[in-house]
Each structure stands twice: as C-alpha cells, then as structure tokens.
Design a protein around this ligand. Structure first.
Ligand code: OAD
Length: 258
C-alpha cells in the first residue's frame, strides 16, 4: 500500500509539539484484529450486545455469562499482535514527551513498547475480587491456553481471600473511572500542546471530554479515524485514515519514524 502523508499544517504541529498526548479507543486495535464496540460480533457472541454485557446489571444477573465473554475477549487479544500504529507510537515516545491515555482494555500499547499512563476503562488482564477488591492472580494460561475452548458460560474463579467471585478488571457502564487514571489523563490533556485522538467514537463520557479539555487549554487536537465522529466538530484537524497507516506517517513527520 502506498504511504500516506499528513497535511502540511499537521506536519508543522507535530514537529513543533513539546508535549504530546495520544488518546486511543477501540479503533486503535481494529487492524490488529480486535473488533470495536460498534462492530457486529460473530460466532458464539453474535447474539449478544457488548454494551449489555459490560454492565453491573449483567454481572448481577449472570456472572458466568459475563466472565465467559471477558475470557473470550482476553483470549482473542492474546492471539493478536500490536499493529504498525502501536509500534509507531512507541517509537515516537522514544523521541518526544508522549503520554498514552487509552480507553482500551487490551495490552497492545504495552506489547508494542509503550508505557500507558492511564487505562481509563481498566484492563482485561487485571481481574479482582468483586467483594474485597483483592487483585486475582490468575494463571495467564486461563486466557489463552492451547485448547482453550470458547464457552458461553464459565463460572468465575473464587477470591483466595474471601471466596467471593472474581470479576473482570474493566470499568462497566455506570461505574466510576479509576480516580488516579482520570486525574493523570486530565492533567495530561490540559498540559499538552498536541493531542492525537485515534480510533474512538467519542460517545462514552467522561473519557470523551478529554479532547475538548485539550482544545480549551489551547492544544492542537488531531483526530485519526476513517469516519466522522461526535468529536470531529470540536477538533483542530480531522484525518480520515486508519491508525496503522496514519500513526507511522505522523511519527515519521515528527522525525521518529522507522
Ligand atoms: P467504539 O467502538 O465506540 O469506536 C471505535 C471507533 O474507531 C469508531 O469511531 C471507528 O470509526 C473507529 N475505527 C475503526 N477502525 C479504525 C481504524 N483502523 N483506525 C482508526 N479508527 C478506527 O470504541 P471506543 O470509542 O473506544 O467502554 O468506545 C469507547 C468505550 O465504549 C469503550 O472503552 C468501551 C465502550 O463500550 C467501556 O467498556 C466502559
């Protein structure tokens, strides 16, 4: 595929940026093979709406269904690899003060070599007790072992301290964001001079406030997304491109591309 070029105003913004924040959403991992929340699921999970499984109500109603869904997602993430966009961000961070704030619960930024300052919606790989909040040390094989068969219901493991069911370490609809992650994310958004908003539909709050906070604080905000979103009208530049194509081009413009 032919390389793509950012427009000249964007190249200037990237070259002059001292503090960069990348705010990523599910589209960041789409080219790795992780479906976004708006993609229809196939196979075992096609009858379920992710928005309805990621709730405290779903957990209260049917913990084994919710746990099985998260095990399936974790196994899927374990099978895929970071894409060229994740790699470009890790390279860019070696040359610039660059902070990654993500809504993603996968670990693809980290596996590409980035440090993630804030996982606003938690992680697939940090389950904890639903009662006493003790982190659960689950054998990683559980998520991706050879022969791991997808199942529609898997009883969640019991907490070794109190016996209550272990729950996924993700933030569900209606739950508060982890306070420290949110504090770090707001601080970064309000103190950057360039924010790259990549692969998010910008409909889930409060995370979607971050680009608006950055614009208000005077930053240049560029959206990378093949489609327009709820944030498009608010940002400085909107680049209709995918993460795996646009981010290497931006990192190269910043002088840190491979
Ligand atoms: P969404 O699934 O809402 O949106 C994904 C966005 O990625 C869409 O705007 C797509 O157009 C865009 N997209 C698709 N492929 C892309 C690509 N290759 N490169 C760049 N962009 C691409 O995902 P989020 O905005 O992350 O919350 O969703 C926000 C939150 O809602 C999630 O963190 C999750 C979800 O329900 C919780 O789990 C609490």
């Amino acid at each position: 595929m032919a390389p793509i070029e950012p427009d000249p105003a964007l190249v200037d913004a990237v070259r002059s940026a001292q503090r960069v924040v990348v705010f990523s959403g599910a589209g960041m991992s789409a080219e790795s093979g992780v479906p976004t929340f708006r993609d229809a699921l196939t196979g075992l999970w096609e009858r379920f709406d992710p928005m309805e499984l990621a709730t405290p109500e779903a957990w209260a109603r049917d913990p084994a269904l919710v746990w099985a869904w998260y095990e399936w997602r974790a196994a899927l993430v374990r099978r895929v690899r970071p894409n060229a966009g994740h790699v470009a961000l890790a390279d860019w961070a070696r040359a610039t003060d660059l902070t990654v704030v993500t809504q993603n619960v996968d670990d693809l930024h980290e596996r590409a070599g980035s440090t993630v300052a804030a996982h606003l919606h938690g992680s697939l790989f940090a389950p904890r007790c639903s009662a006493c909040a003790r982190p659960a040390e689950l054998d990683d094989v559980r998520f991706a072992g050879p022969g791991h068969e997808p199942a529609e219901r898997i009883t969640p493991p019991a907490c070794v301290a109190c016996g209550a069911p272990v729950r996924p370490g993700t933030v569900w609809f209606g739950e508060d964001l982890p306070a420290e992650s949110w504090r770090v994310a707001v601080g970064a958004a309000e103190n950057c001079d360039l924010m790259v908003v990549v692969g998010t539909s910008g409909v889930v709050y409060p995370a979607a406030e971050l680009p608006v906070r950055a614009v208000r604080a005077g930053a240049t905000v560029v959206e990378i997304n093949p489609d327009p979103t709820d944030l498009t009208a608010a940002v400085t530049h909107s680049w209709r491109a995918t993460a795996a194509r646009a981010l290497p081009a931006l990192a190269a413009a910043a002088g840190s591309g491979r």
